[in-house]
Design a protein around this ligand. Sequence first.
Ligand code: PEP
Length: 252
Amino acid sequence: MRRPIVAGNWKMHGSRADNARLVEELIAGHPDRAAAEFLVLPPFVYLQEVGRLIRDTPIQMGAQNVCAEAQGAFTGEVSAAMLKDVGCGYVLVGHSERRWIYHEDDQLVARKFAAAQSKALVPILCVGEHLWDRENGRTEEVVARQLDVVLELCGVEALNSGIIAYEPIWAIGTGRTATPEQAQAVHAFIRERIAGRDAKIAAATRVLYGGSVKASNAAELFAQPDVDGGLIGGASLNAEEFLAILAACGSR
Ligand code: PEP
């Protein structure tokens, strides 16, 4: 049984005051027995403070990015050990905004995955295709390549403590969501690809969907057999909406 996850990627939004308000509302509205793990991914500079705000609550925290190097002269970077030190349990690697705006390639993303695990952070590996890939029938080819590079570098066993998020780039922040059938097809493909290396690990790996998930479409996406929760951008900045998405996991 895979316990679903609902993770909120705040991207580069918010302020100390906004975060305090949002976290207060999330804590107040979080159910005693949620069907899913619930986590927030604030910008680096707010991690420590958000960590303090969520202490002793069921809400968990992760970061949006991590340096592939352990420490040293890497101005502007933040290491896995630092994230662990301020209370992170998770970290995104390979979000499409990192891949496409900041030119992070598959190899770098795989090294970030390994760096996170070396400090006992759970990496959430984001994979997903551009619209032109989908329109040219290359969705599986792109997703397989992004996944395989990590499996080659880290080994399939790395997925025992790793998560995958399928995020079609054409659905991120666009209001255009993959249909439940489109999401399920790619999630099943990801699971089969992992099963090619280890069927047991494939069956246990959590694969989240991300891309314009809202309270109004979450339940039908999460009802798909291979969708194990969601990575939520815009809608995670609104407590009512974000909590309604969490509640949609209960309707699986
Ligand atoms: C994301 O940031 O990973 C994301 C899925 O964003 P949105 O939900 O806004 O599409």
